[in-house]
Design a protein around this ligand. Structure first.
Ligand SMILES: [Fe+2]
Length: 270
């Protein structure tokens, strides 16, 4: 099984650059083209939030148009730049989208199960898992305790050493950690929000943040306090469920790169 994770798309309306600088629709189109070229194709693509930049219906329509050519099945999660009502106006008919409330659901059709959480707090940049959202997760984990599982959530429930972002993490993390640590079958916590690839050990599993398919957050440790963005290469991650190795995370940079045979120096197909 191959899971592709894209995150922090921040799609704006066509022709307008996010922060006046970043052509996010163009970046997403390049990522979709790259995903469509993959052989084998991913079994599914999970987008872990900040699907659009300002949470407007027009942006979600642009997003839908950009996602239409994607070949692999797609699952969407919400981030702090998203808006549940506007999202539902365009994507509300997807079979996994609940009619109301938070956007949490399970994907059961593959060897690795996905539990998708909603950490969005309307009007805020930080995330939160309140008692109801946690209770849903608890129920899901208890129902199939030994099944390999990844939990997908936009805001990481852990800090990373990047002070500007750490204050915007997912609140309510202690009970989540207590819950997750009871289930060794949880292979990963797959997050976005940080716009960088970051991994750490957390609650008996691996916390993993994927880079953005558009702009990245600058890697600035203290004494820097402020966030800044940087045009490092856009990327996505491929989480491979391998019979020997278990779940292995690979990072792929978006682009159409030539690969050369060591023996003949001739280009070979990727
Ligand atoms: Fe973001």
């Amino acid at each position: 099984m191959l899971i592709a994770q894209i995150t922090d798309l921040h799609v704006g309306v066509m022709g307008q650059k996010v922060y006046g600088l970043v052509d996010t629709p163009g970046f997403l189109a390049a990522a979709i083209a790259h995903l469509n070229r993959l052989n084998p194709q991913p079994d599914l693509v999970i987008a872990t939030g900040d699907l659009v930049d300002e949470g407007t219906v027009a942006e979600y329509q642009t997003l839908a148009d950009l996602l239409a050519p994607l070949r692999a099945p797609l699952y969407l999660a919400l981030g702090n730049h998203d808006d549940r009502d506007a999202f539902r106006q365009i994507f509300g008919d997807l079979p996994y989208v609940p009619a109301e409330g938070v956007l949490q659901y399970a994907v059961e059709d593959y060897p690795v199960r996905l539990l998708v959480l909603d950490t969005l707090v309307p009007g805020a940049s930080h995330g939160e898992l309140d008692a109801d959202r946690l209770a849903w997760l608890e129920q899901q984990l208890a129902a199939q305790p030994h099944r390999p599982t990844v939990i997908c959530m936009h805001h990481p429930p852990f800090v990373t050493g990047l002070p500007g972002m750490d204050k915007l993490f997912c609140r309510g993390a202690e009970p989540l950690a207590a819950l997750v640590s009871q289930y060794p079958a949880v292979e990963r916590i797959l997050c976005g929000h940080l716009h960088r690839p970051i991994q750490l050990r957390w609650a008996g599993t691996l916390g993993s943040i994927a880079p953005s398919v558009a702009h990245q957050v600058a890697l600035r440790f203290p004494p820097a306090r402020e966030n800044a963005f940087v045009m490092e290469p856009p990327a996505f991650q491929l989480h491979l469920w391998h019979p020997q190795a278990g779940l292995v995370t690979h990072t792929a940079y978006v682009g159409n790169f030539d690969a050369y045979s060591y023996a003949t120096k001739a280009p070979i197909a990727l």
